[in-house]
Design a binder for this molecule. Structure first.
Ligand code: IPM
Ligand code: MG
Length: 353
């Protein structure tokens, strides 16, 4: 297969983990005889510094012209601490989602047995937890009408029927391929937008009798994720609730640095780790490249290249088993490995597989 990949390393640790993602991608392509080419593009704080725009037109064009985007991270503290900043790196991420029509954000919450002790939850609660959060990504409060003056401010949580229908369809497709259990998360006891979600969800559910659908208020879902994460198989929710619940989901597995994600929709899909740009670690060769590398696995799987994805997952598991790990997950007394060394170990594993 020919694969044209837009690579957006972004800020902070982004470039370091990006390099390892690309190396793994190349190794897999070589092994399976795929023809891959890369086009690098700027985004985030890096792009603000260079051209004053966190998602420049040129970057958008490169993304549109590619089969997939391998994205790393954006964000820089110099903008966080400046309330007067007119443009922020995060706006680049939102612009990318909107312009590429990436309405479906797929965030798997998986546990790795050897990292369970890192979870804030009890071992028996979290072991075996495995669910996917499908977050609506281009609607709701993030993009609804906004207003702000010194006395009053609002963000509108608007959703239309087609927006709700299409994300539910994505969620049912995942549920069908998995344990056939879908939880629709909303706040229908208070919000009008949620009542429309629930109404539409009940209609769409009729088309999928083989899937068990249940409906849960978001506050209850937040609690259930802590009390009994194994309850969930596929969860679908609006943009804001999904943002909050996926941070919760990532930390209960004990391994935020290991979780990849995919954003799909109308145009080029984007694959990225769920963690941020960790500016304090920039250039120190300590960031965990596994979430980025697993994003590459998701990329292959998106194109139905399942063996390729499987080999990457196998290599990642082997690296963890061999204690080839970055400092934050290394076992006591274990050898020191940096971002680069972990990536290189995985590339070698793939080459020799
Ligand atoms: C995420 C992030 C983004 C979001 C920020 C960086 C704008 O938290 O991808 O979850 O809120 O969507
Ligand atoms: Mg978030």
């Amino acid at each position: 297969m020919n694969l044209k990949i837009a690579v957006l390393p972004g800020d902070g640790i982004g470039p370091e983990i990006s390099a390892q993602g690309v190396a793994v991608m190349s190794a897999v392509c070589e092994k399976f005889g795929h023809n891959v080419s890369y086009e690098y593009a700027i985004c985030g704080a890096d792009a603000i510094d260079k051209v004053g725009d966190p998602f420049p037109e040129e970057t958008f064009k490169i993304c549109m012209d590619s089969d997939a985007v391998l994205f790393s991270a954006v964000g820089d503290p110099k903008f966080d601490n400046d309330p007067t900043a007119k443009v922020r790196p995060e706006q680049g991420l939102l612009a990318m989602r909107k312009k590429l029509g990436l309405f479906a954000n797929i965030r798997p919450v998986e546990t790795f047995d050897c990292l369970i002790h890192k979870s804030p939850l009890k071992d028996e609660l979290v072991r075996g937890a495995d669910f996917i959060c499908i977050r609506e990504l281009t609607g709701g409060m993030y993009f609804g009408e906004k207003y702000q003056d010194d006395e009053k401010a609002y963000d509108t949580n608007a959703y239309t029927r087609p927006e709700i229908e299409r994300i539910l369809e994505v969620a049912y497709q995942y549920a069908l391929r998995r344990r056939k259990h879908l939880t629709v998360v909303d706040k229908a006891n208070v919000l009008a937008s949620s009542r429309l979600w629930r109404q539409v969800a009940k209609e769409v559910a009729q088309k999928y009798p083989e899937v068990e659908t249940d409906y849960m208020f978001v506050d209850n879902a937040a609690m259930r994720m802590i009390q009994d994460p194994k309850f969930f198989d596929v969860m679908v929710t609006e943009n804001t609730f999904g943002d909050i619940l996926t941070d919760e989901g990532s930390c209960i597995t004990g391994s935020m640095g290991l979780l990849p994600s995919a954003s799909t929709g109308e145009h080029t899909p984007v694959f990225e780790p769920i963690h941020g740009s960790w500016p304090q670690a920039k250039g120190l060769n300590i960031a965990n490249p596994l979430a980025q590398i697993l994003s590459v696995a998701m990329l292959f799987e998106y194109f139905n290249l399942m063996e390729e994805g499987k080999l990457i997952r196998e290599a990642v598991n082997a690296s963890l088993d061999a204690d080839v790990r970055t400092p934050e997950i290394q076992v006591e007394g274990g050898a020191k490995y940096g971002t680069k060394e972990v990536g290189e170990w995985i590339v070698n594993y793939i080459k020799n597989a």
